[in-house]
Design a protein around this ligand. Sequence first.
Ligand code: G1P
Ligand code: ZN
Length: 548
Amino acid sequence: MTHLTTVATAPIAGQKPGTSGLRKKTPVFMGRHYLENFVQAIFDVVGARNEDGGGKTFVLGGDGRYFNDRAAQVILRMAAANGAARVIVGQGAILSTPAASHLIRLNRTDGGIIMSASHNPGGPNEDFGVKFNMPNGGPAPEGVTEAMYRRTTTITEYHILEAQDVDLGHIGRHQLGQMVVEVVDPVADYADLMKSLFDFPALRSLFDSGFRMRMDSMCAVTGPYAVKILETRLGAAKGTVINGTPLPDFGGMHPDPNPTWAKALMDEMMGPDAPDFGAASDGDGDRNMVVGRGIYVSPSDSLAVLAANAHLAPGYARGLKGVARSMPTSAAADRVADALGIAKYETPTGWKFFGNLLDAGKATICGEESFGTGSDHVREKDGLWAILLWLNILAVRKQSVADILKEHWANFGRNYYSRHDFEAIETARADAMMAALRGSLAGLPGRLVEGMTVNAADDFAYTDPVDGSVSKAQGVRIMFADGSRIVYRLSGTGTEGATLRVYLERYAAGPEGLDLDAQEALAPVIRAAHALAGINTHTGRTVPNVVT
Ligand code: G1P
Ligand code: ZN
């Protein structure tokens, strides 16, 4: 028996979704009415019914972190109570973010709810998150998330069905009140999409020929996807995928694929018996890190190499329409776009800014320095997609990752690049530093710092070439005459104090000086970054917590 109830509630402060939905500590999300208020705000804004009164269809899934299973049941009962007709759910309430984006598009649904805090740790005292994706499969734009936030400030009630849990462990159709819950294999459709883009027979031959790979799924959502695609379908050796079972606390790992948090993978790839290729992905499967034997590939370089070689994969054989990168990402991809004679775009941080470019057919491949790469096959970044594209390129070029990178730098020059993160700074101090920096910009051009002359300094603003919307204050940029650049911005996804991100870049045209250590090559830029912003004076920090 089911029974529809309307529960009286009151606004809860701070339910403001950021660039990737609403993220909070798990106990906060588990607090009284917290999840329910936000989910009701979502349905109030997007509507669970069509104009003709018929119910809408949504996709639901998450990265399997603690509270994922409970939250899924609540969201389903609320979807039913709000009048949705059908919800497509990944078995076990599991869906990687890119797979959710694909299912939203494939089934022409009205959008989807993804439960994830991406690369943030999971567990009873770690992070949880909820975000809404639009019918195009991409994250809700600011206007929509703003409306959801406003709704949370005036909410007085929410609707929920009183019912037993739906059995999400079994694939098939279940009834929840008037609503159909369709439990699907979380991997199958996504794996077919990958097969349509990449040369699976060539990848199979690559593995048959003895090519060795290590894939670290970091006890997060890509485990089942990677095992099915790499080991079962492509014939990679059993055990290629490690940490392949999604766990509620990610096995205590910080599921962020970068050299700091995927250290075991880095050690193996730099060690004496390194496999040919290494990769890792994050909590919800949208990020990736790739590593060659003895060589780390920075995400900015990865984007550039993928753009330069994408035509080698069947799904991109006809070439790219354009390449888009977030502003803090290095200009390496721009050089490729120029060489290919295709359009290039520089957007603010956050995947949602790529959506319009992809929808409008202006760009085919996009990427961010934060280990995010993707294409127009979905409207999210996609970790396994990037890994498979690399594999496809390796299968065709029959060269090592190191040789491919070195050839790339020889052709295009090298954009040395690094990001320094200063985490958990007191918010007021971080804000004061950014304010002082913004106030100093007008006086910077012409100034000599660490032997480099400042050419221009601004606070990045972006006008969307498709809808004309303007996003201001997206990060302070300081550009030097020699092509070096410093970018400062505060993270929009952290859950503790403020995180200052400092992005450092320096261009070497070659042929000399292309194989320095990145931190060494960037030393003067790093010193300039500290001097110009007074990082130590403002924040009390002299060294970053995380360097990527
Ligand atoms: C971070 C990354 C950004 C990415 C976002 C979501 O945001 O820097 O590139 O789009 O996570 O994965 P930030 O914390 O810097 O606001
Ligand atoms: Zn993620």
